[in-house]
Design a protein around this ligand. Structure first.
Ligand SMILES: Nc1ncnc2c1ncn2[C@@H]1O[C@H](COP(=O)(O)OP(=O)(O)OP(=O)(O)O)[C@@H](O)[C@H]1O
Ligand SMILES: [Mg+2]
Length: 251
């Protein structure tokens, strides 16, 4: 079963940046193949990885629900299994599965159940799985996995950001999810932050800080011009910090 590293955090804090650079760390340190899962409805991990995507899991699920969505002579489970397999984008040492947007009203229990089973089987083929989540983490317990080895919660280096990360850390308790370790990652750190006040707020979350990623102009420039973060130079502050985080995960 894959070691599961899940990245959470409120919007725009740097989840996709951390996911992409952590995947790069795993690949460059022989911890491959990696299964990357984009569980954010506004999926863009593929761009950070420089990957073309195929269909999304949501599209497949919607198609299965539609009465005439499944060709005659095929059962729904075979249909879903085949299409989920086709939705995986394959790369060198790295495969990517994109969950996609919400399916809309109605009950999707059956296809979601099949998806959970598919994910369980799929994760057996990879030593590592990295999931770029939405803030609410709903997808995680409902569809992707019942257990997470490491939950990394990303926050900007502000009091409000850290409070929000603390709430996400607590939210996990209400989900049907087994979490091994939880940690906080502070992103976009810069001078001028009241460090004492920030440290007090961090203390209240009860989350250990596993790493600090500096504000890095190169990250912003690469995103602004649509260049994959995989191509950031090794000397980039963000790359260096995320590689240190990867080494500390020790999984
Ligand atoms: N360390 C950093 N230095 C400079 N810019 C950064 C850094 N981390 C993230 N950014 C920028 O912040 C923006 C948001 O980052 P990112 O997309 O990784 O966040 P996210 O949490 O995945 O957002 P969303 O919730 O929209 O999915 C991007 O424009 C990115 O370039
Ligand atoms: Mg994102």
């Amino acid at each position: 079963m894959a070691k599961n590293i899940s990245i959470a955090g409120k919007g725009g804090t740097g989840k996709t940046t951390l996911s992409a650079l952590l995947i790069r760390y795993l690949l460059e340190n022989g911890k491959s193949p990696v299964l990357a899962v984009d569980a954010d409805p506004n999926a863009n991990l593929n761009e950070a990885l420089g990957f073309a995507t195929r269909g999304t899991v949501s599209e497949i699920i919607k198609q299965t629900k539609a009465i005439d969505g499944v060709p005659q002579g095929m059962t729904k489970d075979i249909f879903i299994d085949y299409h989920l397999q086709m939705a995986i984008s394959e790369g060198e040492g790295l495969d990517l599965l994109v969950l996609g947007g919400p399916e809309g009203p109605g009950c999707y229990c059956f296809p979601n159940q099949l998806l959970s089973h598919f994910m369980e089987e799929l994760s057996k083929n990879y030593p590592y799985m990295v999931i770029d989540n939405e803030a609410g983490l709903e997808h995680l317990s409902r569809k992707v996995t019942q257990s997470v080895d490491y939950l990394l919660i990303v926050s900007d280096s502000t009091i409000r950001g850290v409070r929000s990360a603390g709430r996400i850390g607590n939210l996990v308790e209400s989900l049907d999810l087994k979490v091994g370790k939880k940690a906080l990652i502070l992103n976009r750190s810069h001078e001028g932050v009241d460090k004492k006040a920030l440290d007090e707020e961090i203390e209240k979350t009860g989350l250990p800080v596993l790493g600090v990623i500096p504000e890095d102009e190169m990250v912003f420039d690469f995103d602004a011009s649509g260049k994959p973060l995989f191509e950031l130079p090794q000397a980039s502050g963000a790359v260096k910090s995320v590689f240190e985080i990867g080494a500390k995960l020790a999984i």
